[in-house]
Design a protein around this ligand. Structure first.
Ligand code: IMP
Ligand code: MG
Length: 184
């Protein structure tokens, strides 16, 4: 198959250099805020995997990495808030300083569910680091501790984010041409 992924992109919202600059800043903020502590970076598969790996290298602290995979029921472009754990953490988080690393917050339903589930496991602290915050109204606003970028309410792909499992390997955040998913 010869398919140029870039051709399906309408507009680049955040280019590679801008992404990496901001991630370096987030890493510095986290390093300062957690000084003297050891943290657990909890990545949400698959979308946050690339972000987590770059963020981890920007943090100058002892840290552990673990992943969870969840699936939210819903259509391809809108989540329903009903979330299922596909892969749980390898280790208990009780007493640990946990920092959730997530790719994007849209309705916020996925994150709300995650926070509830993880709080019940009694971590010492639980905070959230989100790469992209979509500008839209939320029924229950969430407190986000670290935010990479605020973006318009459009469907984006790249740097870990997918449409139908593709486009994760684009090095930037881009808006998909509507005809790519309208044809489905
Ligand atoms: P929420 O539950 O509506 O906040 O949706 C969060 C999840 O939906 C994210 O973890 C992504 O997997 C997915 N998602 C939301 N918006 C986008 C987007 O613009 N592009 C790709 N995935 C998205
Ligand atoms: Mg996700």
């Amino acid at each position: 198959m010869h398919h140029d992924l870039h051709q399906d992109i309408e507009e680049i919202l955040i280019d590679e250099a801008t992404l990496q600059r901001r991630i370096a800043e987030l890493g510095a903020d986290i390093t300062r805020d957690y000084q003297g502590r050891r943290i657990l970076l909890l990545g949400i598969l698959k979308g946050a995997a690339m972000f987590l790996m770059d963020l981890a290298r920007a943090i100058q602290l002892p840290l552990e990495i673990d992943f969870m995979a969840i699936s939210s029921y819903g259509s391809a472009t809108e989540s329903s808030g009903v979330v299922r754990i596909l892969k749980d953490l390898d280790e208990p988080i009780e007493g640990k300083d946990v920092l959730i690393v997530e790719d994007i917050i849209d309705s916020g339903l996925t994150l709300r569910y995650l926070l509830e589930t993880l709080r019940s496991r009694k971590p010492a602290s639980l905070r959230v680091c989100i790469l992209l915050d979509k500008a839209r109204e939320r029924q229950h606003p969430l407190e986000l501790d670290y935010v990479g970028f605020s973006i318009p309410n459009r469907f984006v792909v790249g740097y870990g984010l997918d449409y139908a499992q593709l486009y994760r390997n684009l090095p930037y955040i881009g808006v998909l041409k509507p005809e790519v998913y309208e044809g489905q």
